[in-house]
Design a protein around this ligand. Structure first.
Ligand code: ADP
Ligand code: ZN
Length: 680
């Protein structure tokens, strides 16, 4: 008899919490991709190791080994196991992200598409500023696992620090992984890396074809390329000999995947650094409070860039209190008269500033986090509002002609006559980017005005086209949603206006203030990034009905630390993250009554579990309650939140509460979100 084990644990591609046992007569290695039978199906699976289980019933045999892939390495396997355990997701399904979408290409086929990585003349490293050098040197001292926060104001040259760190990693013969939010993964950014590292770069993002994605994946796995730059899913590329992981804009909520495996790419990157024993660098001008607290508590090393490069000043931020325009002293009356042609959303100050900037041949950008012409249409006679039939939210008016649901994309034609009382004529209330664009065209005839929101920019090609037009100065005024608030760098952009800061303040989410602060700071960061010595700094105007709102005051003073301290105190008093832990359970289904019953059942189980175990004393159970979006795409939604001042008990509690889901009534889905970012 050989020593070779005959039984193996295999994580199969199915919604099973645990691995299954299979037999195989030939030698196998951990991490090997295999084909196995499951019921009547054939599925893929990954070998986790020998099984010591005494089989209770007949064990099926592994069909074959997939020879295309060599076994996944041990630290990577450990990382996948952690993801599955921590986020309560079936391990076999987590593994599915570990492989490229297609088989390896055996012939190089020529493609008409532009190469994924452009071939550019190499440029050499710049001389680092003193601040950059201090940060670079203190991070590059580390070679084993350690987490670093590179906290640098917008335009302080964080990217240059990343490039230098990667350079060191390559010199050691190791490889690097750079994560950026999908929206920042523009040609601008890829070119910057390609210019420095030439043909050593591979990229993974959502705009690649399956073939391109597969080729990029193999370029890294076969070792032809040594730096992978990509969106959060790039983490799943099994890179051996990893020397550094960088997570740029680490505060971005888009690092969190909202469906299936609900992982946070930033947190998963730190865990990967731990398994691979390499440093992890998180960069931001507005770090998440989670990361900031870790830095303050000494878990992460803090490195700060306080100044923009080349002594460029940060922009001047002016706050316009929209309420004050209603005063009735004489001067004010004159002003009101002079500007009576302006739409209600445009203050005289912002209007004048746009004129000033355009006169100099520079550019202005206006942000509003709302699309369309108006948020809602309402009948003034009976109060009827048009709501989406699938979702419990009002429909938005677009182009004055149709109503659209911003969640499920339901469309209908806009009819003036109220469908309910058949008397009144529907009024449009609110504002959106489309309305802004229309008004600006009227106020600035002859100027080039472009809009960037999900209605206008539907593909990456659209976005790239827009970026190019901004870069060459073909656009005078850019109007957009937060889509354009992030990461972009336009030399001639000198004025940024936030049309209505209040939009973000009142969302039913404990992170609303943090999000508002981040948005204002990031948005301001787009202004005046390339001013020359002696030139006036960029300008930012924030319009609001809440001029005293904390997030505005701190953003105006560029005071992230003050903001963070204040906000952490508030979080602490309520045990919200990052001080406490939060887990959300969404209960959904097509019948309201059943959803409500299931939500009550879940809450009762939670109460019983808490009362039976003193370890769970710190657990708070909030709800069940109707979710803020109580109906979405025909599904009714309730939620239950579990909050815990003692972080480490929240996961075991959840695991016990959910159990094998055998108790969940039919027709009901319970979706668990660990460390949720989206509470709607
Ligand atoms: P951040 O990522 O912090 O917003 P960037 O890395 O994009 O900042 O740098 C802002 C600008 O400053 C870029 O145009 C970059 O080329 C330039 N820059 C960065 N470091 C230096 C340096 N040491 N000397 C001169 N220019 C620099
Ligand atoms: Zn809808």
């Amino acid at each position: 008899m050989s020593d070779e084990p005959l039984l193996w644990q295999v994580a199969v591609d199915a919604p099973l919490a645990e691995a299954l046992t299979y037999s195989f007569s030939e030698p196998l290695e951990k991490g090997q991709l295999v084909n196995v039978p499951l019921g009547k199906r054939k599925v893929k699976g990954v070998v986790l190791g020998p099984s010591s289980k005494v089989p209770e019933f007949k064990i099926k045999s592994i069909d074959s080994i997939d020879q295309e892939y060599k076994p996944l390495h041990e630290p990577y396997l450990k990382w996948i196991e952690w993801l599955s355990f921590y986020y309560l997701h079936p391990i076999g399904q987590v593994f599915q992200s570990a492989f490229p979408p297609l088989r390896k290409a055996n012939k190089i086929r020529t493609s008409k598409r532009a190469p994924v990585i452009p071939q550019l003349m190499a440029d050499s490293a710049m001389d680092l500023t003193i601040e950059q050098r201090i940060c670079f040197e203190s991070i590059s001292k580390f070679s084993g696992f350690s987490t670093h926060l590179l906290f640098g104001v917008t335009g302080s040259g964080k990217t240059e620090v990343y490039l230098r760190l990667l350079d060191e990693v390559l010199k050691k013969g190791q490889r690097g992984l750079v994560l950026v939010p999908e929206i920042s993964l523009t040609p601008q950014l890829i070119q910057r890396f390609a210019r420095r590292f030439g043909d050593k770069i591979a990229a993974l993002h959502s705009q690649l074809t399956d073939r391109e994605r597969t080729n990029q994946w193999w370029d890294i796995v076969d070792g032809r390329k040594s730096i992978l730059i990509g969106a959060r899913s790039a983490l799943f590329c099994p890179i051996e000999n990893l020397g550094l992981i960088i997570v740029d804009e680490e505060h971005e909520p888009s690092y969190k995947q909202d469906e299936k495996l609900k992982y946070n790419g930033r947190d998963a990157a730190v865990m990967m650094g731990k398994q691979m024993n390499c440093p992890v660098v998180l960069g931001s001008a507005t770090p998440s409070l989670e990361t900031w607290k870790n830095a303050k508590d000494g878990k992460y090393h803090l490195h700060t860039l306080k100044n923009r490069v080349a002594n460029r000043a940060l922009p001047t931020i002016e706050v316009i209190d929209l309420r004050k325009n209603k005063s009735d002293d004489d001067l004010q009356k004159l002003i009101i008269q002079k500007y009576s042609h302006l739409p209600f959303w445009l203050s005289p100050a912002l209007f004048e500033k746009i004129i000033e900037v355009l006169d100099k041949g520079d550019q202005a950008a206006l942000f509003l986090n709302r699309r369309g012409v108006a948020q809602m249409v309402v009948c003034p006679a009976c109060g009827h509002t048009k709501e989406c039939p699938n979702c419990d939210i009002s429909l938005t008016l677009h182009a004055g002609s149709h109503l659209v649901c911003h969640y499920c994309d339901y469309h209908e034609n806009f009819k003036l006559k109220c469908p309910d009382c058949a008397e009144g004529e529907m009024d449009a209330i609110g504002l959106g980017t489309e309305l802004l664009e229309n008004d600006l065209r009227r106020l600035f005839p002859g100027k080039n005005i472009s809009r960037a929101d999900r209605d206008e920019i539907q593909s990456r090609a659209d976005l790239e086209d827009l970026i190019e037009k901004m870069e060459i100065g073909e656009i005078d005024i850019l109007v957009g949603t937060q889509m354009i608030a992030k990461g972009l760098d336009f030399p001639k952009l000198k004025l940024v206006g936030l049309v209505l800061a209040d939009v973000g303040f009142n969302l039913p989410d404990f992170r609303a203030t943090e999000r508002s602060f981040q948005l204002m700071t990031q948005m301001s960061g787009r202004s005046g990034r390339h001013i020359k010595e002696g030139e006036n700094p960029g300008y930012v105007i924030i319009q609001t009905f809440n001029a005293e709102h904390e997030s505005i005051l701190y953003a105006q003073n560029n005071d992230f630390e003050g903001f963070a301290e204040n906000e952490l105190n508030i979080r602490s008093s309520l045990n919200y993250p990052p001080v406490g832990r939060l887990i959300s359970f969404r209960i959904q289904g097509p019948h309201l009554g059943k959803v409500e019953d299931a939500a009550r059942l879940l809450a009762r189980r939670a109460q019983v579990l808490k009362s039976q175990n003193t370890n769970y004393a710190s657990i708070e159970i909030l709800g069940p309650a109707e979710a803020p979006l109580s109906k979405l795409r025909g599904q009714f939604r309730f939620h239950l939140l579990v909050k815990s001042a003692q972080g480490h008990v929240a996961n075991p509690f959840t695991r016990q509460l959910i159990g094998d889901q055998g108790w969940v009534p039919s027709g009901i889905k319970i979706l668990v979100d660990i460390d949720p970012m989206n509470l709607l």
